[in-house]
Design a protein around this ligand. Structure first.
Ligand code: CP
Length: 333
C-alpha cells in the first residue's frame, strides 16, 4: 500500500526494543481533535498501527510501556473504546486505572468537578483517556492537566481515535483512500464519529461523500460548508438506495437516542434505515460496510456473514491504533 512501507520500522522484533529517531511528533501532546493530524502524521500512525498488529500476531505484546499507567475516565457508557484502550495498554506492558463502569462509583457522584478529578488522576497516571457527554470537555480537561489527555468522545463533538481507526480500516481493507466514494448513513447531526471521519477524509484527493439521513439528522451546516470550500464532492439524500451501487465504503451509524431532547422525535426516526442482505446484492463486490458500533437494528445480523461486513475487523483495528497512539504520546514510538 502507498506510504505504509516508506517509514523506518519501529521495533526490533528480536530484541523487542524500540529503534531511535522514529519521527514521532505526538510525544507529550494531547489528542483532542482530528485537526491535529496532517497526512504525514496519519501515515506515521498507520505505519505504527500496522506494526502493532504484527507485534500482537507474533508475540501477543511486549513491555514497551512497562512502568507507565493509563487512567480511563468515562462519564458515558462504552464497550469498544474503553476495552480497546485497556487492552492496548496491557498488551504494551503498562498499568491501568479503569473508571469505566460508571463514574457514579467514583467521587464524581459526590459532586467533584472535572478539573479536580483530572488533577487527582494525574497524580497516579501518565496519561488520561476521557469520555464525556459535553462538547469541549476534553479541551477543558487538557487545560487543567499536567499529563496528556486523549479525547475518547466529547458529546456530539469529536471522537478522534475512532476516526483514526476508521481510516486505518479503510486502508487495510481497500488499500488506498484517495479517490474513494464514501457514503455515511444515520445520525449525521450528533454522530461524533461521522464528524471526525469526515474531517480526516477532507485531507485526501478526489473524495466523494454521500450523506444519507432523515432531515432532522443532517450533517451540521458548518461542516458541510467546510467540505464545499475544500472542493469535496458532496450529496445529501434520505434514501440509501440512491448511494448503495456506487459506494466504496458504506459507513453506518446508530440513531442515538441519548442525544434527543424530545423523545417523540427519536421515535419518528429510530427505525428509518436497515442494511439487509437484499440491499447488499446491489452494492459493489468490494464495497465495505463499516459501523463504529454499537448497532441497534440498522444492520441486519445476516449481513455479518457477508465478507464485505468489516465492522468487527474495524473493532480489532481499534486496539492496534490505540496501541500506536499510547506509545506515540508516551514518547515510545
Ligand atoms: N465506537 C465506540 O465509540 O464504541 P463504544 O461507545 O462502545 O466505546
Amino acid at each position: 500500500m502507498e506510504q505504509l512501507q516508506t517509514l523506518p520500522r519501529l521495533f526490533d522484533y528480536d530484541q523487542m526494543t524500540l529503534k531511535k529517531d522514529n519521527g514521532n511528533s505526538l510525544t507529550g501532546h494531547d489528542i483532542l481533535s482530528v485537526d491535529q493530524f496532517d497526512r504525514d502524521a496519519l501515515s506515521y500512525i498507520f505505519t505504527r498501527s500496522q506494526e502493532m498488529r504484527e507485534l500482537v500476531e507474533r508475540a501477543g505484546g511486549c513491555d514497551l510501556l512497562k512502568g507507565y499507567v493509563l487512567a480511563c475516565l468515562f462519564y458515558e457508557p462504552s464497550t469498544r473504546t474503553s476495552a480497546s484502550f485497556i487492552a492496548a495498554m496491557e498488551r504494551l506492558g503498562g498499568g491501568i486505572i479503569p473508571i469505566t463502569q460508571g463514574v457514579q462509583f467514583s467521587s464524581v457522584s459526590k459532586g467533584e468537578s472535572l478539573p479536580d478529578t483530572i488533577r487527582t488522576l494525574e497524580q497516579y497516571a501518565d496519561l488520561i483517556v476521557l469520555r464525556h457527554p459535553e462538547i469541549g470537555a476534553a479541551k477543558l480537561a487538557a487545560d487543567y492537566a499536567a499529563v496528556p489527555i486523549i479525547n475518547a468522545g466529547d458529546g456530539a463533538g469529536e471522537h478522534p481515535t475512532q476516526a483514526l481507526l476508521d481510516l486505518f480500516t479503510i486502508r487495510q481493507e481497500l488499500g488506498h483512500i484517495d479517490g474513494l466514494k464514501v457514503a455515511m448513513l444515520g445520525d449525521l447531526r450528533y454522530g461524533r464519529t461521522v464528524h471526525s471521519l469526515t474531517r480526516l477524509l477532507m485531507q485526501y484527493e478526489d473524495i466523494s461523500l454521500r450523506f444519507v439521513s432523515p432531515d432532522i439528522l443532517r450533517l451540521p451546516m458548518a461542516l458541510m460548508n467546510q467540505l464545499i470550500d475544500r472542493g469535496v464532492k458532496v450529496r445529501e439524500t434520505h434514501d440509501v438506495a440512491d448511494v448503495i451501487e456506487h459506494a466504496d465504503v458504506l459507513y453506518v451509524t446508530r440513531i442515538q437516542k441519548e442525544r434527543f431532547a424530545d423523545p417523540k422525535q427519536y421515535e419518528e426516526v429510530k427505525d428509518c434505515y436497515e442494511i439487509t442482505t437484499e440491499l447488499m446484492t446491489r452494492a459493489k463486490p468490494n464495497m465495505i460496510v463499516m459501523h463504529p458500533l454499537p448497532r441497534v437494528g440498522e444492520i441486519h445480523y445476516r449481513v455479518d456473514d457477508d465478507p464485505r461486513a468489516a465492522y468487527f475487523r474495524q473493532v480489532r483495528n481499534g486496539m492496534y491504533v490505540r496501541m500506536a497512539l499510547l506509545a506515540a504520546v508516551l514518547g515510545k514510538a
